[in-house]
Design a protein around this ligand. Structure first.
Ligand code: SF4
Length: 325
């Protein structure tokens, strides 16, 4: 039986899946995932911060917001040479995608953007998939990224539209959706997911998954992040989300967006190998590797390779077809 992609999920249907007994849910997600040809392949992405801190936005989880007193050291935009050196290391360690993140509210048409375009071209020429996460951007800017060789653009919706205003007040949920539309229109691969642990309810999580799975085209990749509370941010005292709740998110995402790459993203450093194995079983098929995930600690490449070997997983090669439905 082939995989059917649906964009007409109802909230009730997604709730019905999300609230199933956990092992039933994981079993079903694993069954769906095994219909994908390359179910044992896991993409390794490396995420680097090309411009750190000093951001004008007020995302309550983010240590890079200028208004919060955190230990982050503000760093200007990296040189192209430094990005290339980081990309070489990532590639040598098995990464097939390099994500470049800049702590900007939005992209401006200036020399910094020109430099980012140069980085994109150089890293693309090295045979890596290039993903950028630079804040809001216009259709024209998305096109320029595409022309420079960018493969994907990350822009998370973070949480449900209801919860969004509690977490970010400096831009709206609709601003996020507009940028995503610009990205899609420019034919960049869309990477869009969210974070658990912001103080949201289960219904908020279901609603976020509903927004993602009812987009005209499912995001090609769906990062599921577990909040790593950082001292100095408004969410510093939030509890770490238990693994069963992370598993529910991954498994539900896998079932309702069966062809999307589900990324086990922030928060993996705090997970055991057994917990990560359950995430892969539930359909996660991408990780971020490398010692830092933007500014928070992350397992190192070698540790991940040992885990892959133990679990019989193989790193995915770059440049496969984006999901389309
Ligand atoms: S826009 Fe990005 S860098 Fe700026 S505060 Fe929000 S998450 Fe942090």
């Amino acid at each position: 039986m082939g995989i059917t992609l649906r964009n007409d999920w109802t909230l009730e249907e997604i709730k019905d899946i999300y609230y199933r007994p956990l092992l039933d849910l994981i079993f079903e997600a694993a069954s769906v995932h095994r219909q994908n040809k390359a179910y044992s392949e896991v993409q390794i992405s490396s995420l680097i911060s090309i411009k750190t801190g000093g951001c004008k936005e007020d995302c309550a989880y983010c240590p890079q917001a200028a208004r919060y007193q955190t230990d982050i050291e503000v760093e200007p935009l990296m040189t192209v040479e430094k990005v290339k050196a980081r990309a070489e290391v990532a590639k040598a360690n098995g990464a097939s995608r390099l994500c470049m993140g800049a702590a900007w509210r939005e992209v401006r048409d200036n020399k910094d953007f020109d430099r980012v375009l140069e980085m994109v071209t150089e890293v693309n020429d090295m045979g890596l998939e290039v993903c950028c996460t630079l804040g809001m951007l216009t259709y024209e800017q998305a096109e320029r990224l595409k022309e420079a060789g960018c493969f994907a653009y990350n822009h998370n919706i973070d949480t449900s539209s209801d919860k969004y205003g509690d977490i970010i007040t400096t831009r709206t949920f609709d601003d996020r959706i507009n940028t995503l539309n610009n990205v899609r229109k420019a034919k960049l691969s869309v990477c869009c997911g969210g974070i658990v642990g912001l103080g949201e309810t289960d219904d908020d999580r279901v609603k976020m998954l509903h927004t993602l799975s009812t987009m005209e085209v499912h995001p090609d990749s769906v990062p599921i992040n577990r909040l790593v509370p950082v001292e100095g941010t408004p969410l510093q005292d939030n509890q770490i989300v238990p693994i069963d709740e992370v598993l529910r998110m991954i498994a539900t995402a896998r079932i309702i967006m069966p062809k999307s790459v589900v990324r086990l993203s922030a928060g993996r450093n705090e997970m055991s190998v057994a917990e990560q194995a359950l995430c892969f079983m539930a359909g996660a098929n991408s990780i971020f590797a490398g010692e830092k995930l933007l500014t928070t600690p992350n397992p190192d490449f070698d540790v991940d390779m040992q885990m892959f070997k133990m679990l019989g997983l193989t790193p995915r090669k770059p440049f496969k077809e984006a999901v389309s439905n």
